[in-house]
Design a protein around this ligand. Structure first.
Ligand SMILES: Cc1cc2nc3c(=O)[nH]c(=O)nc-3n(C[C@H](O)[C@H](O)[C@H](O)COP(=O)(O)OP(=O)(O)OC[C@H]3O[C@@H](n4cnc5c(N)ncnc54)[C@H](O)[C@@H]3O)c2cc1C
Length: 378
């Protein structure tokens, strides 16, 4: 904690479930390494995933090994959030943080841009208390109601809805980070992320308002039926309730830091609009926010500009590119062509995997040679 007193307030009682696909991307794995917590995550059962599989709306498929596309020792993991988040909380507590769990932050009192106090409610006793922190890092995820009540803007054009559950299967699952851009879901997608040999988190993410005729649960069932018919899944049994939650990918459309506060993770809209991944960007921005805060306090300088600038340098163009890719490329015939080209062109395959995972700028894709190769590929 570098000598700082850190208090974590969370409305949930831990261990707590978080509706998620549980996919820990290679960038998230890198962040766990930075936090020095990867070995614990792995020893407590995270499932190692070696390949990323993409299927286009018309059924073209490409499977790439992470280490071939990204470099040696790169892989993904999957672990139910109830386990992952408990490990991360324990890690923070063992490093000296204090926790106020089952405590909801209800209101924020300000003086201009400065946060002067927070009203918190202990959910066990219903008692309200005032907290007067010197600095506040908001990590409330997609709690859009809370963010709006506090005066933050949320651009709902970039909000999608994702729905998932846990399923057991009668045969072992391939070690794939599998994304299916089915015609019925595009520009959304469905995923199958194995959390154990014969257990997977399976879900769908769709753009809000596009599929009004069908419920998300029906769409998820239909997605699974398509995988069974395709013989990707076999003997599937649902083990848990189906749960849904919004996903915010609107980074870049709101202020994310002020006099003594910062937004991190999904509260800042930091979710990849192509894949719906946000664990990696939440870890990245959380680490960055703490580094900027520490540096700012040490130098008695405002840290918010530093945080905004660093985040912008890393993510602003990436998000612009991701949104352009989503709007232009996530279309039936175009995706089909691209996925086919990925299966025959290892350079393009590596570039698209890196770009999709946030490890390469989508600007690199704008070179005419890629267009030429996609058009000419057989
Ligand atoms: C169905 C679904 C599937 C997804 N799949 C993936 C995936 O496979 N891989 C991936 O990388 N990302 C995935 N995401 C996105 C990912 O879950 C989020 O982007 C990520 O969890 C964001 O982390 P965060 O720390 O910002 O917020 P969260 O993980 O949402 O944590 C927010 C915390 O704030 C607490 N909180 C909220 N409001 C208050 C309040 N007022 N007072 C106190 N505490 C409060 C909550 O209890 C919670 O503990 C998925 C999302 C959904 C909905």
């Amino acid at each position: 904690m570098h000598g700082h007193r850190v208090v974590i307030a969370d409305s949930a009682q831990f261990p707590r479930d978080k509706t998620c696909g549980d996919g820990i991307s290679p960038l998230a794995v890198r962040m766990l390494i930075r936090l020095n917590v990867l070995s614990q995550v792995e020893s407590e059962g995270a499932f190692r995933i070696e390949n990323v599989l993409i299927q286009s709306p018309m059924g073209k498929m490409n499977r790439s090994r992470f280490d071939e596309s990204l470099g040696a020792n790169e892989y993904a993991l999957a672990m139910p959030r109830i386990d992952l988040d408990s490990i991360l909380l324990k890690y923070a507590l063992s490093s000296g943080a204090e926790a106020m769990l089952h405590t909801r932050i209800e209101e924020v009192q300000t003086d201009g841009d400065l946060i002067t106090s927070l009203t918190a409610k202990h959910l066990d006793s219903n008692v309200r208390v005032k907290i007067q922190p010197r600095h506040v890092i908001f990590a409330v995820g997609a709690n859009i109601g809370f963010l709006r009540r506090c005066g933050f803007t949320v651009n709902t054009q970039n909000v999608s809805l994702a729905t998932r559950s846990y399923y057991s299967t009668s045969i072992p699952l391939p070690k794939d980070y599998a994304l299916y851009f089915d015609e019925e879901l595009i520009p959304g997608y469905g995923w199958v992320f194995p959390v154990a040999n014969q257990r997977a988190n399976i879900g769908i993410g769709v753009v809000r308002g596009r599929h009004r005729a069908t419920s998300n649960i029906e769409m998820l069932d239909a997605f699974i039926n398509r995988r069974v018919n395709q013989e990707v899944l076999c003997g599937v049994t649902r083990e848990d309730d189906v749960k849904g939650y919004p996903i915010r990918s609107d980074y870049g459309t709101q202020r994310i830091a002020g006099a003594n506060w910062m937004l991190v993770g999904e509260a800042a809209g930091l979710v990849n609009p192509l894949t719906g991944e946000g664990i990696d960007l939440a870890l990245y921005s959380g680490i960055l926010a703490s580094e900027c805060l520490h540096a700012g306090i040490g130098l008695s300088q405002p840290y918010s500009r530093l945080y905004e600038a660093e985040l912008s340098r890393r993510f602003r163009l990436l998000f612009v590119g991701w949104r352009i890719c989503r709007n232009l490329l996530l279309r039936r015939h175009i995706m089909d062509r691209i996925v086919h080209t990925m299966s025959v062109d290892s350079e393009l395959r590596s570039l698209i995997v890196k770009m999709g995972l946030g490890l390469e700028s989508p600007i690199s894709l704008a070179h005419p040679k890629w267009l030429y190769r996609v058009i000419r590929s057989r």
